[in-house]
Design a protein around this ligand. Structure first.
Ligand code: BGC
Length: 743
């Protein structure tokens, strides 16, 4: 009898599950919602950080009081929590388990700023796929990435975590990551993306993290919002609000941004999570009276899930009873979360197969993708011909510098799970790959990047005398960039400059490799070296990538995803600025050229600094390789267009050197007269092409006229008729434009 009852119950449950599975996403959402108590609804809005298995937390899951967890990634623990939610709670709604998987999970890829330097969205997508495969094998189904914050201030530590200063490049990289994380089709290796931080967080005043921003609605719409919109259109499942207040309104309480723009204008149907305690922090901002008031502001602004403020779980019921939050608002937030849990397939596959976890890490394919990404992310900034090393002439190399063998630090910021024991450093790679060709001497000089000399410099100099070439690995430890890790001085720290200078004085060629989380000031390094290869933080396989680039088995193809300032005083400096009424014209007098007691008039009245040049150290989109490319003038199919046309333009590039190499060909546009002032140049397209020595290649672009639209004076997005210039070049500072007109 009992057995019969059980089998009837099992049949009923199985039927219920299969009926549920046959319903559309929205039907499933509604049928669940109808069965939920108010407490269960509020529970879905609650995200908790956990560490290890804890009975009280599991009890909360059984009671339906938790919708999501973060910070645990032991698959056994995760399965136990998931069981509490799925099998031991009344409605069996699975948890969505999250983690900051920012540039790899176990196999670490270059930091996102380095990935942006590849200008290779396909490769970046592949890397995000690897991250998803490794993370989902541990039970993580939601990552807080990509970070889409446009950043124009290298003092800001989180510049490492984004794609740099340009809106178009940022959108391309963001979309690639979304596709890679979530997968082309949804299966158990799909990890929901979370585009963050909504919005303008990267514009923190003074480059100090969490600081206020003052970006106008027009600049938000023209510069900061488009990458978010592109990722939403690409299917990003979730979005995170930012910590900052913009023009006085903290993003986590900004209904205009979330309800009106994100959902209203873009039709986003995923869910929005706050940043860590950013609901509560509206009290610190002086925007909310207390955590309850903060919860009211956030939920009414459209923030569905509360990450670690305990505001919703503690106060939403009360707010409902007081009429400050409506049932409809609560229901909509729950709908958004359930919809994504259903879309991700969590109801069908809530658990992870623990027996397969380990085998999913550090596979040869993952390591190869990481190596390739590190190759493509390295930017050759200077080279007097010393690179690539000539293996038949160079007999002995000195490997030196604090980053030559720093397995943890070359991984960069946000390396929660990547194990330094798997890192291949440049020293290891040079020994392994080239140890038979050249003699390798290792003398670090300094043991870490902030170190002041303890006698190591003299040892390095002594060793240098025995070498034909000095390979010096400098930079920043991982801890010097990332969240809350900002600087006012962006020169190499410790006695690294003293080491470089001493090495340079030996008269031996000095090849500098710099691994850092931001663009650094490099005037001194340029003057005291023969070549600079900039690798950002290159990840697990940084060593082989750098070694192969140095020895010429790989060819540099990275381009700067951000302007490198000459000095910190130039910041913010970015290529796509608006034109002033008194533009710099190159004839200005510099401070030390001004004669004594000169009259005011001799100084020139243009927009520049007396004590430094107007130009940056390296412009956006810049990077050398082991050959040279000659660009023809761009050709354009027609010179007049109407709104729905597509502009077709091309350029011919010739590889004038003796090595095959890859070039990132970039198309820029300038709108000459607008209802508001327009950027002097904007990147609109790029192509990576590989050209054999001596060969020419024609590279064509298609650009719909619609892509010239922007928010002008009336705050409506449209193309304003008039004249434009178009460049096709190897960086943002070169090339000659052709003109066209939109009628
Ligand atoms: C960061 C987010 C991150 C979150 C969860 C916050 O401090 O700003 O980017 O996703 O923590 O770890």
């Amino acid at each position: 009898m009992v057995r019969n009852l059980i089998s009837v119950a099992v049949v009923a449950l199985t039927t219920a599950i299969s009926v549920f599975a046959q319903q559309t996403e929205e039907q499933r959402v509604e049928s669940l919602l109808q069965q939920m108590t108010l407490q269960e609804k509020i529970g879905q809005l609650n995200q908790l950080s956990v560490g290890g298995f804890d009975q009280n937390t599991a009890d909360m899951m059984r009671a339906g009081m938790v919708g999501s967890i973060l910070n645990e990634c032991n698959p056994k623990v995760l399965n136990r929590y998931q069981k509490a939610a799925v099998e031991e709670s009344r409605l069996g709604i699975p948890l969505i388990i999250s983690r900051d998987v920012i540039h790899g999970f176990k196999t670490m890829f270059p930091i996102p700023l380095g990935l942006a330097a590849t200008f290779d969205p396909e490769l970046v997508q592949q890397g995000a796929r690897v991250a998803a495969i490794e993370a989902t094998a541990s039970g993580i189904r939601w990552t807080f990435s990509p970070m889409l914050d446009i950043a124009r201030d290298p003092r800001w530590g989180r510049i490492a975590e984004g794609s740099g200063e340009d809106t178009y490049l940022d959108a391309q990289m963001g979309v690639a990551m979304v596709k890679g994380y979530q997968g082309e089709t949804i299966d158990q290796t799909s990890m929901a993306a979370c585009v963050k931080h909504f919005v303008a967080y990267g514009a923190a005043e003074g480059g100090r993290d969490y600081n206020s921003t003052g970006i106008t609605e027009r600049t938000l719409r023209n510069v900061y919002l488009p990458p978010f919109e592109a990722c939403v259109k690409a299917g990003a499942m979730t979005l995170m609000t930012s910590f900052n207040d913009n023009d006085g309104v903290p993003s986590t309480g900004n209904g205009f941004l979330v309800n009106d723009v994100l959902r209203g204008e873009w039709g986003f149907d995923g869910f929005v999570v706050s940043d860590w305690a950013s609901i509560y922090e509206m009290v610190n901002h002086g925007y909310a009276e207390n955590n309850k008031h903060a919860g009211e502001l956030a939920i009414n602004a459209g923030v569905d899930m509360d990450m670690m403020s305990y505001s919703y779980i503690s106060h939403v019921e009360e707010l409902l009873n007081e009429g400050k939050v409506s049932m409809e608002t609560i229901d909509n937030a729950v709908r958004n979360i359930l919809r994504i849990k259903i879309r991700l397939g969590l109801f069908e596959n809530p658990y992870v197969d623990e027996s397969k976890t380990e085998a999913s890490f550090y596979t040869p394919e993952a390591l190869e993708a990481a190596r390739k990404s590190a190759v493509e992310s390295a930017v050759l900034l200077t080279n007097n011909g010393v690179l690539p090393l000539n293996k038949s002439k160079v007999k002995t190399v000195l490997v030196t510098g604090p980053m030559a063998d720093a397995p943890h630090d070359q991984l960069g910021t946000w390396t929660f799970d990547g194990d330094p024991a798997h890192t291949v450093t440049p020293l290891m790679a040079i020994r392994e790959l080239y140890g038979n060709d050249v003699q390798v001497i290792y003398e670090p000089g300094l043991t870490f990047t902030r170190e002041f000399d303890k006698g190591g410099i003299a040892k390095a100099v002594k060793a240098a005398k025995k070498a034909d070439v000095i390979l010096a690995f400098m930079g920043e430890e991982a801890i010097m960039s990332g969240e809350a890790h900002c600087l006012t001085d962006i020169t190499l720290k410790g006695d690294q400059r003293a080491l470089i200078e001493a090495l340079h004085k030996t008269g031996k060629p000095v090849v500098l490799n710099i691994m850092a989380g931001r663009p650094l000031e490099l005037d001194f390094e340029i003057a005291n070296s023969d070549a600079i290869l900039y690798s950002f933080h290159p990840g697990t396989m940084g060593g082989p990538a750098i070694a192969q680039l140095i020895f010429g088995d790989e060819t540099p193809s990275g381009k700067t995803p951000i302007t490198f300032p000459k000095n910190v005083g130039q910041i913010p400096i970015y290529y796509n600025h608006n034109m002033t009424g008194r533009p710099y014209n190159g004839t200005e007098t510099m401070l030390y050229d001004i004669p004594l007691r000169a009259g005011q008039t001799s100084l020139g009245n243009t927009s520049y600094w007396l004590d430094t040049t107007f130009e940056p150290e390296f412009p956006f989109g810049y990077g050398l390789t082991y050959t040279t490319f000659e660009y023809s003038a761009p050709e354009i199919e027609m010179t007049e267009y109407v709104e729905n046309d597509t502009i077709r333009a091309c350029v011919t590039i010739k590889n004038t050197g003796d090595k095959a190499a890859t070039e990132v060909v970039q198309l820029y546009v300038r709108d000459l007269v607008g209802s508001v002032t327009r950027p002097v140049k904007e990147l609109k397209r790029f192509h990576r092409v590989t050209v054999a020595p001596g060969q020419t290649m024609t590279v064509g672009f298609e650009l719909p006229v619609q892509d010239l639209a922007f928010y002008g004076k009336d705050m409506v997005k449209k193309v304003e008729p008039g004249k434009f210039q178009l460049w096709i070049a190897g960086d943002s500072a070169s090339g000659t434009p052709v003109e066209f007109e939109v009628k």
